[in-house]
Design a protein around this ligand. Structure first.
Ligand code: ATP
Length: 139
C-alpha cells in the first residue's frame, strides 16, 4: 500500500487551513493513517530539508518551521498513487505557478509561505515518514 508524508506548515496551521487540507484528501478517497501536531526540532527540520542545505533560503526555512510561532501538522496518507496525486493536490512549489483548485493555487502566493509539504518520491516518503513518525510500527 502506497503511503506519503503530507505536512501543513506553520503558516497553514496559523491560517486555519488544516481542516480544508484534510478534507480534500478524505474526499479524494485517501486514508489518514498517521497525524501529529508538533513544533519540530532543528535537528528534525535540518534532516527533513537536508537536500536543500546549500540553498540561500535554508536557514530561514528551518527557522520558520521550528520557531514555534505555530506548530506543524504531520500526516501520513495512504492509497493508490498517493505520492504523485498528493503533489498534484498541493500544486506547484512556487504558488505563482500553482493552478486553481490546488491547495497552493487556492490559498497562497509566496514560495516561502506555501502552506504545505508533500513527499516527492517513494524514497523521500519512506525517509520522511520514518523521520516524523519515529521507529517502525508506530503507524
Ligand atoms: P516541499 O518539500 O515543501 O513539498 P518541494 O519539494 O516542492 O516543496 P523544494 O524545492 O524541495 O520543493 O523546496 C522545499 C521548500 O523550500 C518549499 O516548499 C519552500 O517552502 C522552500 N523554498 C523553496 N524555494 C524557495 C525560495 N526560493 N525561497 C524561499 N523558500 C523556498
Amino acid at each position: 500500500k502506497e503511503r506519503t508524508f503530507i505536512a501543513v506548515k506553520p503558516d497553514g496551521v496559523q491560517r486555519g487551513l488544516v481542516s480544508d487540507i484534510i478534507k480534500r484528501f478524505e474526499q479524494r478517497g485517501y486514508k489518514l493513517v498517521g497525524l501529529k501536531l508538533l513544533v519540530p526540532s532543528k535537528e528534525l527540520a535540518n534532516e527533513h530539508y537536508a537536500d536543500l542545505s546549500s540553498k540561500p533560503f535554508f536557514r530561514g526555512l528551518v527557522d520558520y518551521m521550528t520557531n514555534g510561532k505555530a506548530p506543524v501538522i504531520g500526516m501520513v496518507w495512504e492509497g493508490p498513487s498517493v505520492i504523485k496525486q498528493g503533489r498534484v493536490m498541493l500544486g506547484a512549489t512556487d504558488p505563482r505557478a500553482a493552478g486553481p483548485g490546488t491547495i497552493r493555487g487556492d490559498y497562497c502566493l509566496s514560495i516561502g509561505r506555501n502552506i504545505c509539504h508533500g513527499s516527492d518520491s517513494a524514497e523521500s516518503a519512506e525517509k520522511e515518514i520514518g523521520l516524523w513518525f519515529g521507529g517502525k510500527g508506530e503507524i
